[in-house]
Design a protein around this ligand. Structure first.
Ligand code: GDP
Ligand code: IMO
Ligand code: MG
Length: 424
């Protein structure tokens, strides 16, 4: 295994959590490298459901180490809630969790700013998760953010907090017409938090590199999806981090030559939660049917996910951006019952046939998808154990995807449960 990476190839919620949990059996260390509590990764173990936001999905295995690396923005309140929620079923997970001393903190005012910014955008809003992600990364890249290492030093932390609260209050009161906040309660709360998490904070870059040198198996867990990447996504309707595989190197502090197998997780159809262009969105009964059968509700915000068909143009964009060299399909079972399955193979923009994603969201909003149609299948496939047992039309669909994407489909998920996965 050495290093394996799990990257979402669409707009998130592809089923990354399930695959990370599954591959954790062969891994020693599981590393989250970007994003924050905006993620919602669902893992089903027998009848038990876990939804993880900040904790790597490998945390459910008690003999593995989970790492929250420096590229992640950490909302400590949310982290402690997650740790508490797992206590009954998994024991004290803090004994197997490490947090980077370079990771930035999502502060309460980031969440206030996130909501205020969305309100001010009116019908142009992004539809964020409200978890303070954009404002936290904004502070990080404007070199004003607060990191774990500072939290461990109360003297430094207090002055950094004061500076940040003063600046934020200018924005809140003058730009957004909101009430100012006080740094004192935040200070007390965060110094308490520091006591609770300090034993987990370390230089995770050194830790991960040492593990690689010792020949351990490392699993990198992506959050969000390639089309939400800050560089390669449908900007500005994106998240604020590097969701593509390049984010692994910057987000963990290990060289890119360590990134070997890159698994792109692809839902057998497409969903998107939040605003932004979605060329293959289906507004007919088929879209509603996918939404119903796939139980397509956001794992973090509970919002209905928009649904539509698979989009080869955007998938090829994601494959190129991340160097995806293996595909894991999910939710093939949800397509059962569809008479016809559509595959978007190109877009038409201003009368021209194009095979790439335009840089402007407004152009992507105006493309007309060009579809190829394939006959669907009716069988319940959730009991299939091998590829050969799948109905012929399901196999035909997968083979056509593989041909168009030019990357091998190695794994097919047919049910949320850990073991209901076909390895080809
Ligand atoms: P993530 O954010 O990529 O980890 O995905 P989410 O957990 O947000 O959403 C994926 C949803 O699909 C979860 O509810 C999973 O339990 C579920 N799921 C994963 N794989 C399958 C599958 O093969 N079939 C079905 N029906 N559901 C699946
Ligand atoms: P997982 O890891 C799906 C979307 C939001 C919004 C945009 C920006 O579960 O796949 P943000 O709060 O990040 O500033 O919101 O990104 N978004 C996700 N959509 N799955 C996710 O994570 C997402 N995380 C953020 O809906 O459109
Ligand atoms: Mg999700």
């Amino acid at each position: 295994m050495a290093t394996t990476s799990i990257i979402g190839a669409q707009w998130g919620d592809e089923g990354k959590g399930k695959y990370v949990d599954l591959l954790t059996e062969k891994a020693d260390v599981i590393v989250r490298f970007q994003g924050g509590a905006n993620a919602g990764h669902t893992v089903i173990v027998k009848d038990d459901k876990f939804v993880l936001h900040l904790l790597p999905s490998g945390i459910l295995h008690d003999n593995k180490i989970s790492v929250i690396a420096q590229g992640v923005v950490v909302d400590i309140e949310s982290l402690l809630n997650e740790i508490e929620e797992l206590k009954e079923r998994c024991g004290d997970v803090t004994t197997r969790l490490l947090i980077s001393d370079r990771a930035h903190l999502v502060m309460p005012y980031h969440k206030i700013l996130d909501k205020a910014s969305e309100e001010s955008l009116g019908d142009k809003k992004i539809g964020t998760t409200g978890r303070g992600i954009g404002p936290c990364y904004t502070d990080k890249y404007s070199r004003k953010g607060i990191r774990m290492a500072e939290l461990l030093r109360p003297d430094i932390f207090e002055s950094r907090l004061k500076e940040n609260v003063e600046r934020t209050n200018q924005i809140l009161t003058k730009l957004y017409n909101k009430e100012a906040i006080s740094h004192e309660t935040i200070l007390k709360t965060y110094l308490d938090y520091a006591e609770k998490i300090k034993h987990m904070i370390c230089d995770t870059s050194i830790y991960v590199e040492t593990q690689i040198k010792e020949g351990k198996n490392i699993l990198f867990e992506g959050a969000q999806g390639s089309l939400l990447d800050i560089e390669m996504g449908t900007y500005p309707f994106v998240t604020s981090s590097h969701t593509i595989s390049g984010g692994i190197s910057t987000g963990t502090g290990i060289g890119p030559h360590h990134i070997e197998k890159i698994i792109g997780v692809v839902k057998a159809y497409t969903t998107r939660v939040g605003a932004g262009p979605f060329p293959t969105e289906d507004f007919t009964n088929a879209g509603t049917s996918l939404q119903d059968k796939g139980h397509e509700f956001g794992a973090t915000t509970g919002r209905k996910r928009r649904c539509g068909w698979i989009d080869i143009v955007s998938l090829k964009h994601a494959i190129r951006a991340s160097g995806i060299n293996s595909i894991a399909i999910t939710k093939l079972d949800v397509l059962s019952g569809e008479n016809t399955i559509k595959i978007c193979t190109a877009y038409e923009l201003n009368g021209e046939n194009i095979q790439f994603m335009p840089a402007l969201a407004s152009d992507l909003d105006n493309v007309t998808p060009i579809y190829e149609e394939m006959p669907g299948f009716d069988e319940d496939i959730t009991g299939c154990k091998t590829y050969d047992e799948l109905p012929q039309n399901a196999k035909n669909y997968l083979m056509r995807l593989e041909e168009l994407l030019e990357v091998r489909i190695d794994t097919i998920s047919i049910h949320p449960e850990r073991n209901k996965t076909i390895f080809r």
